[in-house]
Design a protein around this ligand. Structure first.
Ligand SMILES: [Fe+2]
Ligand SMILES: [Fe+2]
Length: 220
């Protein structure tokens, strides 16, 4: 049977606190990765999207930091400094198409999907702290998905097919890398009241949905 934990339990507060620290660290890394990408972005539309996102993520970091102080969160980093550097190095090394896949399909779309599932289980203050960030993430996902569809539309058929085939593999690789960090996300999700198998199934369904969306050709 699914267990629901009370948000007043001490393990709820520490687990939710750790998830907030992780979310804030990821947002800061996204901000830095997008800021670095500005220099090599292929055109002005890409630069505008990235610049908007850098501003949004910096606002999310500020909102979360302010909320974590009021929530009494232990802000010890969940990702170590070497892990943060490895994530930035990963994004730095990617070509534009793989950057779009890893940043927007994997981190933004699937990461946000997991966070969205936590919101109904969260205390009102945490819910409010996630309201603006999650609304902005929808814009980031839309930017990434639309841009990837435009890039696919410009490719030759064989290249397009190779790219579409590569996407699920990249998502699987990045997911494996995330779980190899040693962060027990399953324990954290369970401690805040999530049904982990249900959550994973919802994220997998979202992955299938977004793969279909990306593979749909743009209207002529
Ligand atoms: Fe964000
Ligand atoms: Fe975002």
């Amino acid at each position: 049977m699914r267990q629901i934990y009370s948000p007043t339990r001490p393990d709820y507060r520490s687990a939710m606190g750790q998830l907030l620290v992780l979310y804030t660290q990821v947002d800061k890394l996204i901000m830095l990765a997008c800021a670095e990408r500005l220099a090599s972005a292929p055109d002005d539309a890409a630069r505008l999207g990235l610049a908007q996102q850098v501003g949004d993520e910096s606002r999310h970091v500020a909102i979360q930091q302010e909320w974590m102080t009021r929530f009494g969160t232990d802000t010890t980093p969940v990702l170590s400094a070497p892990q943060e550097q490895a994530i930035l190095a990963h994004f730095r090394a990617l070509g534009w198409i793989d950057f779009l896949i890893d940043m927007y399909l994997c981190v933004e779309a699937l990461g946000s999907d997991a966070v969205e599932q936590i919101v109904p289980l969260a205390d009102p203050g945490t819910q409010e702290s996630l309201r603006i960030p999650l609304a902005d993430e929808l814009n980031h996902i839309a930017f990434g998905v639309n841009r990837l569809r435009e890039e696919l539309a410009r490719m030759q058929p064989a290249e397009r097919q190779a790219c579409l085939t590569r996407i699920p593999q990249r998502i699987a690789d990045l997911t494996r890398t995330f779980f190899a960090t040693g962060i027990d996300v399953q324990a954290l999700f369970v401690a805040v009241g999530a049904d982990f198998d249900g959550l994973r199934n919802t994220v997998l369904a979202r992955k299938d949905e977004i793969l279909r969306e990306v593979a749909t050709p743009l209207a002529a």
